[in-house]
Ligand binder design. Structure first.
Ligand SMILES: Nc1nc2c(c(=O)[nH]1)N[C@H]1C(S)=C(S)[C@@H](COP(=O)(O)O)O[C@H]1N2
Ligand SMILES: [Mo]
Length: 490
């Protein structure tokens, strides 16, 4: 019994050391390629969309820690088992490590942008864990007739392994800190083309900006070694450092970004003042070949996002963004560089932590979300939302300000109307906006009378098309329907 406990503990400790060293290696060399993250990512990829949506709904932003914790627990269980079996059959130590290492490597390679080097962290972890376990279990003959001395030796070895694991974790922390400092030290050049003045409250404070991605841990990318490769259907392949990008003329624009997964009235939308390099001139420099109709953006942690080439050339402000609301991009929002395509949902035009742009065709390649059934185009649908009053609010009779936002990036908003209890549509007042690519803030003064009431909002885009009442789910091309709330007036 005690022997079994010892075997299990040795297995878990050895795996812990292996993982910690692999995380340190990944932090320095390949962000997001740590073994746990690779396996977790593969699990997410393999999960049907319906289950994924269920998990996001039930667990919210805890979905990732929960998944990583589960992967860690399963690994700990398997490592403990390997330790117990390895007590009596040494070969099983090597076999267990090999199986787990290869499983991790296979998971890393199965990711959409997985390349051979991504297998290294898992293989490294398995090699270190296997060797450590072997040493812990077999460095001294287990048959010596001195059980207490043997126990002391085992505890000494275990403490050594735990210490090494803590050191490796600490190293990974230092790497991440150093990158954090490089981010705050980054000096942003002034834009060649500044944003137009805009009304206060138009932009979402960075800390409140929604975040949606599949990254299990936020990739920490060293801006000093980051580069962007532009290749595929181009005459000249480009490789640009962050300094190369920052030396180009920059544009500064207020642009609204929203997620296709946003429900009617939902929170996955925000507006920020972005600073970036316009993509069109860069693609022309690379010498765009005939037939290229898709830009496949790949990110450090393995996302692929497919964006129509036309959106970089039709005059809109499609850019490689380096800053958000006056500061370098926060790590969560894609530091050091992300794509931004006005008029497209994030999954179709806003690749974070971008490291590669491949010019190709839609016929030749389906990006991550398209493989999962989401629409190829990703064009933002006209929508509007009531932010004030809150649903189920209790209000006093008299004039009540009803307010919110409406958006139809690229087309703009020409009209917002409010209907009380299904009655006639009344025009809301629109605040001025810098361009068609931002949401519009609207307000309506409602003479509220006692009783329960429903409030609905609808927008008309710049082309005169009225937002449809028909309800559609976010999948596969964005939710539709009017946002309606109920309130009580007394
Ligand atoms: N690398 C990467 N980029 C990504 C994603 C992702 O999962 N990975 N998600 C996309 C989606 S679905 C959206 S809506 C936006 C969200 O950007 P934000 O988190 O900065 O708000 O990023 C897009 N870019
Ligand atoms: Mo999204």
């Amino acid at each position: 019994m005690r022997g079994h406990l010892r075997g299990a503990a040795a297995g878990v400790l050895a795996a812990g050391l292996g993982i910690a060293v692999a995380e340190l290696f990944a932090a320095a060399a390949r962000p997001g390629a740590g073994p746990l993250v690779a396996v977790g990512g593969a699990v997410i990829d393999a999960t049907p969309t319906a289950v994924k949506e269920f998990a996001v709904r039930e667990l919210g932003t805890n979905d990732k820690p929960v998944l990583l914790g589960a992967v860690g627990l399963v690994l700990a269980g398997l490592a403990a088992l390997t330790g117990v079996l390895g007590l009596h059959r040494r070969a099983l130590v090597a076999a267990g490590a090999a199986v787990l290492g290869l499983a991790g490597a296979a998971a890393a390679l199965s990711r959409p942008a997985g390349t051979l080097p991504d297998a290294i962290p898992s293989l490294l972890a398995a090699t270190i864990a296997g060797a450590t376990l072997w040493w812990l279990l077999h460095s001294r003959p287990t048959t010596t007739p001195a059980p207490s001395g043997d126990r002391r030796a085992f505890l000494r070895g275990a403490a050594l392994v735990a210490g090494a694991a803590v050191l490796a974790e600490g190293g990974a922390l230092v790497v991440r800190r150093t990158i954090g400092r490089a981010r705050t030290d980054l000096r942003l050049p002034a834009p060649a083309s500044a944003a137009k003045p805009s009304s206060p409250g138009l932009a979402t404070p960075t800390g409140d900006f929604y975040r949606v991605d599949t990254a299990l841990t936020v990739p920490r990318i060293d801006p000093g070694t980051w580069s962007l490769r532009v290749h595929g259907l181009v005459d000249r392949e480009l490789r640009l450092s962050l300094d190369d990008l920052l030396r180009r003329p920059l544009i500064e624009r207020d642009i609204t970004l929203n997620c296709v997964s946003n429900e009617v009235g939902g929170p996955y939308i925000g507006t920020a003042r972005w600073l970036g390099v316009p993509l069109g001139p860069l693609l022309r420099e690379a010498g765009l070949r005939d037939g290229a109709d898709q830009i496949v953006a790949r990110s450090a942690e393995g996302m692929t996002i497919g964006t129509p080439v036309a959106t970089a050339l039709d005059g809109r402000d499609t850019m490689l963004a380096v800053a958000m609301n006056g500061s370098p991009l926060p790590p969560e929002h894609g530091f050091p560089v992300r794509m931004l395509t006005p008029g497209l949902y994030g999954y179709a035009g806003a690749c974070k932590w971008v490291s590669e742009l491949e010019l190709t065709t839609f016929a030749a390649f389906d990006a991550y979300w398209v493989k999962r059934g989401w629409a190829r185009a990703g064009t933002v649908r006209t929508a509007s939302r009531i932010d004030k009053p809150r649903p189920f609010a209790r209000l006093a009779a008299g004039p009540v300000t009803v307010a919110g936002v409406a958006w139809a990036q690229r087309r703009g908003i020409s009209k917002v109307e409010v209907s009380v209890d299904g009655g006639p549509w009344r025009r809301a007042e629109l605040l001025p906006v810098p361009s068609v690519d931002t949401w519009v803030q609207w307000r309506y003064s409602w003479p509220a009378t006692a009783g329960p009431h429903s409030l609905a909002v609808r927008a008309t885009d710049g082309d005169g098309a009225v937002q449809t009442e028909d309800r559609a789910t976010p999948f596969p091309s964005g939710a539709t329907g009017w946002h309606t709330i109920t309130v009580t007036v007394s």
